[in-house]
Design a protein around this ligand. Structure first.
Ligand SMILES: [Zn+2]
Length: 512
């Protein structure tokens, strides 16, 4: 029953965006201490922690870790530990594969990674974009940790006193903006379906906010396949509000912004906050073409939002890492040889849903520091990530190839050759009952194409361009007739994400 009182209290105790930079700086001063405190309690104090077993397998006890962090800093320590095998990959985190490092083997359960330090206030279902959906317990204090980064972001991007719109079912963004005093004027579901749990959950939240004197909107359907509706709604609201921050999945936002550009309508005054999908240069160009600004962020259900766009970015998708609550290092290829590099994430705050200790989420990214002169840099958030990309692979006919290359072909090359936008093409992996695998290239019907064979051939050619191995792949795919073109709109996930490629789920039938 903690949540009954926690939620109204949360809504009452706000923090102004202008105060966020100073509060972040305070947390950064205590960074090492916060990290060590979390590891002491959630890893060394938790006999079931897979990280404890991994640390002990390389002979690293509590005292050793303290010495290592004092000598090398958090990132230096985590890099050294990763080199010795202390890391967890995305598939290991989901317990789809045991953790094997040399002669050490561990079979953790998904719940062994859950933060033992929190008693959740509410539960949010995962998106299920990479398979099954599960519930993740969250606490409101975590929202405040992130709201500091978001508030500093609003200051950095020159937003004055915006109102906010949440175009996702999970109430998380709404909590963030309400904590910053940015009134929520719309809460929308990007898909037309809402479960009974969703409906009850949102009524509960609206009631709790009302108890604290906040009026939240009720969740309404705003389907992403009717972008004109969102466009019209925003244009009407822009007459009353100078600035509107809209949080939503990147693909859905692309559709609204391109519809506006096609109709010659301006969305100046909108600050888009794209989340949940790859943020490419093509998507950035589409989003900003109608006059709105864009402030992408990087986050995950497992550990919340972790990075926020630099207002002085040299290329789209350059983000400042919220190093007050996470540490990022780039891990080299897995010894098993199955993955490329990985963005290994370590959580430092005690409120994260999942404890991450050199844990990746199936993404890779470039990490750097640059003196950009923006608010984030000034307060000491100098670590930046860019080119965040999934390192997943697609497979067909026993051949796998890098998803990264495919994203560029889908979002840049196909639209440039045949028309349409970054979200009009999608590849889905399909495994048929006889064990054959095929790739379905979905092309939005609004893209006018007379000859679908030409599209298929173009894709094959683009895949085969890289080198000898790529040419081989291209030839096998062509001869096996493994690519089929379907004239249908790219399909969104259950929560409304439009991903460039959709891996098959049939192979996962053995999962528990
Ligand atoms: Zn910056």
């Amino acid at each position: 029953m903690r949540s009954i009182w926690a939620m109204p209290r949360f809504f009452r105790q706000g923090v102004r965006p202008s105060d966020c930079p100073a509060l972040l700086r305070q947390l950064l001063v205590r960074r090492d201490e916060r990290f060590l405190d979390v590891v002491r309690r959630a890893v060394f104090g938790n006999p079931r922690s897979p990280y404890l077993a991994l640390l002990r397998s390389v002979g690293c006890e509590w005292g050793d870790l303290v010495v290592l962090v004092r000598a090398e800093g958090i990132e230096g320590a985590m890099r050294q530990l990763a080199d010795r095998g202390v890391y967890v990959t995305g598939v290991e985190l989901k317990a789809r594969r045991p953790i094997v490092r040399g002669s050490f083997t561990l079979h953790p359960r998904p719940r062994d990674f859950v933060n033992p330090l929190i008693a959740p206030h509410f539960f949010v279902p995962t998106s299920g974009s990479t398979g099954g959906s599960s519930l993740i317990g969250r606490v409101l204090a975590e929202r405040r940790e992130f709201a500091l980064l978001l508030g500093a972001g609003l200051v950095a991007h020159g937003a004055r006193n915006p109102v906010s719109v949440s175009w996702r079912v999970a109430p998380l963004s709404m909590f963030d903006f309400e904590a910053l005093g940015c009134r929520t004027i719309g809460w929308f579901n990007p898909v037309s379906y809402a479960s009974e749990t969703t409906r009850l959950g949102q009524l509960f939240i609206v009631a709790m906010a009302a108890a604290a004197g906040r009026r939240l909107p009720v969740l309404r359907a705003m389907p992403l396949d009717q972008p004109g509706r969102m466009l019209d709604w925003l244009r009407r609201r822009l007459r009353e509000h100078a600035e509107i921050v809209v949080v939503g999945y990147t693909g859905a936002i692309v559709r609204v912004a391109t519809t506006a550009a096609e109709r010659g309508l301006s969305l100046s005054g909108v600050i888009w906050n794209p989340i949940g999908e790859p943020y490419t240069a093509e998507r950035h160009a589409a989003i900003t073409a109608s006059g709105g600004r864009s402030m992408p962020q990087y986050g995950a259900n497992e550990c919340g939002s972790m990075a926020m766009a630099c207002p002085h970015a040299e290329q789209p998708g350059e983000l400042h890492v919220g190093t007050h609550r996470v540490a990022f290092v780039r891990r080299g290829p897995d010894r098993a040889g199955d993955d490329g590099g990985a963005l290994a994430i370590t959580t430092l705050d005690p409120y994260t849903p999942t404890i991450m200790f050199n844990t990746d989420l199936g993404d890779d990214a470039d990490i750097s520091t640059r003196d950009c002169g923006c608010v984030f840099g000034q307060i000491g958030l100098t670590t930046r990530i860019m080119n965040v990309r999934p390192f997943g692979r697609l497979s067909s006919e026993g051949i796998t190839f890098e998803a990264v290359d495919i994203v560029a072909i889908l979002e840049r090359e196909l639209p440039a050759r045949f028309g349409g936008h970054a979200t009009d093409y999608q590849i889905a992996e399909e495994h048929s009952a006889d064990g054959r695998s095929r790739l379905i290239l979905r092309v939005h019907p609004r893209v006018r194409i007379d000859d679908t064979h030409a599209v298929r051939d173009f894709l094959l050619h683009a895949i085969g361009r890289g080198g000898v191995a790529d040419r081989h792949i291209s030839r096998v795919l062509g001869e096996a007739d493994a690519i089929q073109v379907a004239r249908q709109a790219p399909i969104a996930t259950a929560v409304g994400k439009i991903l460039p490629f959709v891996p098959s789920r049939t192979r996962r039938s053995g999962d528990s």
